[in-house]
Design a protein around this ligand. Structure first.
Ligand SMILES: *[C@@H]1O[C@H](CO)[C@@H](O)[C@H](O)[C@H]1NC(C)=O
Length: 491
């Protein structure tokens, strides 16, 4: 005879409890409930209230480790200089940054196969090495894009929806060096790059709320990334073919050889990577990496400037003085310490993610605080909480735009520049997996902000009030409903 069904009522909870008790992650303290099933309540809380949970863990377990629940797994969070440095030093055979992003962002469903990362080297090395040459073009594109997307009506204040305008300006400026002219001004191309970016972000949120077995179906049904890829292919394929023909005719170098991302990818791709579809996908991935992060970051900075317009004048004076002697060049941007500090401080106070340095443990790990982390766990560092720590940043809650330029003037000119990472500044991550595009992005962002202070006055309707950021789990987004008032510069 079959066992009576109600035996299940005893067996299922017993199995759950047994597994829970045996789980080594159980020894890591939890913020929120940790018991089976109850942890889903914690996961819901993390989705809507990650800020408070991470802050609570940071304060309670300072210099040590805690965990927070997500719907499909635990997130192990490390705190403090020692553990952040330990996380940075872990070898690639012990932890994977790429798999960490996959697990947290579900990028395998939106960005596709991720095994070959040759584009990362191109971004980190070739793009960075080419900055002196390519930045004047990018800065030219920034000026044109602002003039076009923010036409000012006489001297009147005009409301600007930064969260929809900035992605356009960033996309145009970045694509001046990704595909060059004329495609960087092709509206359909730009639309596709921007739509793809937002679809991937939407995908991250939706797929994190979807059970694993439904994810690939949901991605196919609800995320138009396949269609975007197809349409992008129609634009880029002829260009790729044309460049390949020139290459086979002229050898590796010829007089007008394009100096852009697409050409670098074509030059480097081998085997499967060299297929047109895969090159198109890489271009979309590079666009995703550039557009989402930079447009959010410039909007954060713009909101700060509009809330505290008294900082426009000192920035303006610096930008004008430097441009007068160095022109509109990379050297000029390097010499704008106040502007550099403003961007760095803006990112410290309003980053785009409350976690950073996310890794998937490939092997069992023992941390120096005694924490045991089993293979398969996801580890991350508490970024916002670190950046808000008064012990690391005196008056951390205050936006102090020239905090870092003062430190640089006082002696440490390199350590406190925008692109430098440290265990106290992990906006770009830290160590060899730190954001490879940050040298390009920092220059682009500074050029955008410099252009804003040179050409416009900005403010909010209610001066001094910065609209609250929106949080989606660990992600931070500037309030998309806020409107910045712009007018042509008056003085
Ligand atoms: C981009 O998305 C918008 C809004 O969803 C849509 O109207 C537009 O057609 C899309 N553009 C392209 C080129 O697919």
């Amino acid at each position: 005879m079959d066992a009576p069904w109600y035996i299940l009522l005893c067996v299922v909870p017993a199995v759950l409890l047994y597994n829970w008790w045996r789980d080594p992650l159980n020894r890591i303290p939890t913020v929120g409930p940790s018991a089976p099933l109850l942890s889903y309540i914690g996961a819901y809380r993390f989705f809507v209230d990650a800020r408070d949970m991470l802050q609570e863990g940071y304060e309670k377990y300072k210099g040590s480790t805690f965990k927070v629940p997500m719907f499909d797994r635990w997130l192990v969070v490390v705190n403090g200089r020692t553990l952040i440095e330990e996380l940075r030093r872990l070898d690639d055979d012990k932890v994977s940054a790429l798999k960490g992003a996959e697990v947290i962002m579900k990028t395998q469903y939106t960005l596709g196969e991720s095994d070959d990362q040759y584009h990362v080297g191109i971004i980190r090395e070739t793009l960075t090495r080419s900055l002196v040459t390519v930045l004047p073009d990018v800065m030219d594109e920034i000026a044109r894009a602002f003039d076009e997307y923010l036409p000012m009506d006489g001297d009147k204040w005009t409301e600007v929806d930064s969260m929809s305008v900035m992605p356009r300006i960033v996309a145009r400026a970045s694509n001046r060096v990704f595909v060059g002219l004329p495609h960087c001004r092709n509206l359909q191309y730009l639309d596709l790059a921007i739509n793809f970016t937002f679809d991937v972000m939407k995908g991250t949120i939706i797929l994190n709320l979807t059970p694993a077995f439904l994810r690939s179906w949901v991605a196919r049904q609800f995320l138009p990334t396949t269609k975007t890829k197809h349409l992008m292919g129609e634009i880029l394929s002829p260009l790729i073919e044309e460049r390949r023909q020139l290459k086979s005719k002229n050898g590796d170098n010829w007089a007008d050889k394009p100096n852009d991302m697409l050409m670098w990818l074509i030059d480097e791709a081998e085997g499967n990577d060299a297929r047109v579809n895969n090159l198109v996908m890489k271009m979309l991935i590079v666009n995703f990496g550039a557009i989402h992060t930079s447009s959010n970051s410039v909007t954060h900075a713009l909101y700060q400037l509009a809330a505290e317009p008294q900082y426009i004048q000192p920035l303006r004076e610096e930008v004008e003085a430097v441009v007068a002697s160095k022109g509109w060049t990379k050297t000029a941007l390097t010499n704008m310490w106040k502007l550099d500090s403003f961007m760095k401080e803006s990112q410290r106070v309003n980053g785009i993610s409350s976690t950073s340095m996310t890794r998937l443990a490939l092997k069992d790990l023992h941390l120096s605080d005694g924490t045991f982390i089993p293979a398969g766990s996801v580890i991350t560092a508490a970024a916002t909480a670190t950046h808000s720590d008064d012990e690391l940043y005196p008056n951390a809650a205050e936006f102090d735009p020239f905090r870092f330029s003062r430190l640089r003037e006082a002696g440490d000119a390199l350590k406190h520049q925008y692109i430098s990472t440290s265990a106290e500044y992990i906006v770009f991550g830290h160590g060899k997996h730190a954001c490879p595009g940050r040298f390009f992005a920092a220059n682009e962002l500074k050029a955008m902000l410099a252009y804003v202070v040179l050409k416009y006055d900005v403010k909010f309707k209610h001066e001094g009030v910065r609209p609250e950021n929106k949080w989606f789990a660990a992600g931070i987004v500037p309030d998309p409903t806020a409107r910045v008032l712009f007018r042509r510069r008056q003085t």
